[in-house]
Design a protein around this ligand. Structure first.
Ligand SMILES: [Zn+2]
Length: 282
C-alpha cells in the first residue's frame, strides 16, 4: 500500500467518506497498472467526491451538501432531513433556533448491535450532558420523539448526527473507535449545534488554508450565516473541526488567524460549549 493511499484510507475525517473512498480506491488499484495508479485513483476520487454534491437552501441561505446513502450531509457529519431542506428557503426553518428539544428533554435508545465498548462511551457522554448542561438525556420508554444511537462501522472513528430536534425518530451514528468526546460532539449536533469553524466571525480567529483542502471538499469550510452565534468564538470547542480536516497533503486546513497551529480538543466540553448549550436551553 503506498503512502498516499494509506493517508487517504486512514485520515480521520467527518462522516464516512474516508471508508467509502478507501474501498473504491482499493478496488481501482487492484485493476490498474502500477505506473498510472496514482493518476487513476486521483481521477476516481475526484469524480466520486463531486458526483453527489448538491446546492440547497437552509435557513434562507444557499448551502452546499452531499447526497450520500440516501442522506444529506452538511459540513461533513451533520445530516439534514429532506424536510429541513424543503423548508430551507424560509428564514430560520431548519436552523437550531426553531428545532430545539421540548422541555430540554432528549429521549434516546441504543441499537442492540452497538456493543459494550460504545455503550459505555454513550453512558459517559450522556452523564456529561446531564451533569453539566441543562439538557437531560433520558432512556426512552414509549416517547414518539427520540434519538437512536446506531452502529456505523466496526473499524472507523467517525460519526454523524441529525441537526436539532426533528420530530419522530432520529439517529446518531457511531463507529467502533470513536472517542467519548466525539460522541459528545455528535450529541452536540443533536441538540442543535453546528461547527465552530463555520461561525460568521470565524475569520477573526482562524485562517482557512484553502490550498490544502482536498479537491471538492472546500464547501465544508463555508461560513454558515444563518446560524446564531452564541458566546465568543472558541477554538477549543468540542464542535471545532480538527486542524487537518479534509487535508489533501497532511498540512493544516485550519490554523489560527495569526497563522500558527492550534491544538485539537477531543477531550470533552469546554466552558464555552456548556454555556452555549445552556443559553439554547435555559
Ligand atoms: Zn460535526
Amino acid at each position: 500500500m503506498n503512502k498516499k493511499l494509506n493517508d487517504l484510507l486512514f485520515q480521520k475525517i467527518p462522516g464516512k467518506r474516508t471508508v467509502l473512498v478507501g474501498f473504491i480506491i482499493a478496488a481501482v488499484l487492484t485493476s490498474c497498472s502500477k505506473n498510472n495508479e496514482d493518476i487513476t485513483t486521483e481521477a476516481q476520487t475526484a469524480a466520486l467526491k463531486s458526483a453527489n454534491i448538491k446546492k440547497g437552501q437552509l435557513g434562507g441561505q444557499e448551502i452546499t451538501y452531499e447526497r450520500r446513502d440516501g442522506m444529506n450531509f452538511f459540513q461533513g457529519d451533520i445530516v439534514l432531513s429532506d424536510k429541513q431542506l424543503a423548508e430551507g428557503n424560509s428564514l430560520n426553518k431548519g436552523g437550531a433556533a426553531l428545532s430545539r428539544w421540548p422541555a430540554r428533554k432528549i429521549y434516546y435508545t441504543v441499537a442492540s448491535n452497538m456493543g459494550s465498548i460504545n455503550v459505555n462511551k454513550i453512558t459517559t457522554a450522556v452523564n456529561e450532558y446531564n451533569n453539566k448542561t441543562n439538557t437531560q438525556w433520558i432512556p426512552r420508554t414509549n416517547q414518539t420523539n427520540y434519538v437512536e444511537f446506531i452502529f456505523g462501522s466496526s473499524s472507523g472513528y467517525d460519526g454523524w448526527a441529525h441537526i436539532g430536534f426533528q420530530g419522530g425518530k432520529q439517529n446518531i451514528s457511531l463507529d467502533q473507535n470513536i472517542s467519548v468526546a466525539s460522541v459528545i460532539h455528535e450529541m452536540g449536533h443533536t441538540v442543535g449545534l453546528y461547527h465552530e469553524h463555520c461561525r460568521k466571525d470565524r475569520d477573526q480567529y482562524v485562517s482557512i488554508q484553502w490550498n490544502n483542502i482536498q479537491d471538492g471538499q472546500a464547501y465544508n469550510f463555508n461560513i454558515y450565516n444563518s446560524g446564531t452565534d452564541i458566546g465568543a468564538f472558541n477554538i477549543n470547542s468540542v464542535m471545532m473541526y480538527w486542524p487537518t480536516s479534509y487535508s489533501k497533503n497532511g498540512l493544516p486546513t485550519i490554523k489560527k488567524a495569526d497563522n500558527t497551529n492550534f491544538t485539537y480538543n477531543r477531550t470533552g466540553f469546554t466552558t464555552g460549549d456548556i454555556n452555549t448549550i445552556n443559553a439554547m436551553y435555559p
